[in-house]
Design a protein around this ligand. Structure first.
Ligand SMILES: [Zn+2]
Length: 189
């Protein structure tokens, strides 16, 4: 009987050890994949990462229009994936002023001209989400611009866009490198 108790105690310790190890391992793997900043800014404009220069803008803006900005996303779904946002904090598309919308359109046109030269793109994907049910994660209007070349798989891109949150974000060094390249191409237009 005493022997059975000892075996049970040892087994419990082993299972406990394995559980702790698994939890720690899972935590180490998951932590870099979570965008904590965006997680805590949901529905709170005071914490909007696009309204706090030190959070994102200082390191990622490659183009500034009168009412809009072009910035590098640190979670790209494809090479050349960038964002266009209004300077003013606006959560949804329908809240944009006409003057902001026109300026964002012009910024997108310029980005497309630069991307054609930089990536040899012939097409582009443009999308923007409004509201939680549409998958909006940052409470500030942002258009995703993704350049496309002939022959590239659209299905692979859609899968990547759907699972981009699972991939490790670019480092800030990589973001700044992309920012410098895009700045140069935008200025050369
Ligand atoms: Zn904002």
């Amino acid at each position: 009987m005493k022997c059975d108790i000892n075996v049970t105690v040892k087994l419990s310790r082993k299972i406990g050890f394995i559980l702790v190890l698994s939890t720690v391992g899972l935590g180490i793997w998951v932590t870099p994949h979570i965008d904590w900043q965006i997680l805590f800014s949901k529905g709170n404009s005071a914490l909007c990462p696009f309204c706090r220069p030190s959070a994102v803008l200082d390191r990622s803006v490659f183009y500034e229009g009168p009412h809009s900005l072009g910035l590098i996303t640190y979670k790209p779904a494809a090479e050349g994936h960038v964002l266009v946002i209004p300077k003013r904090h606006v959560m949804r598309f329908e809240e944009l002023e006409d003057v902001e919308l026109i300026d964002m359109k012009q910024t997108i046109q310029r980005i497309d001209q630069a991307s054609q030269k930089l990536y040899d793109s012939t097409s582009y994907l443009l999308f923007q989400k409004n509201g939680k049910a549409a998958g909006q994660s940052v409470p500030h209007v942002h258009f995703h611009y993704i350049p496309r070349k002939e022959g590239e798989s659209l299905l692979a891109l859609v899968i990547r866009i759907s699972t981009v949150a699972l991939f490790k974000p670019m480092s800030w060094d990589e973001v700044e490198r992309h920012k410098e390249i895009m700045s140069q191409y935008m200025q050369a237009l």
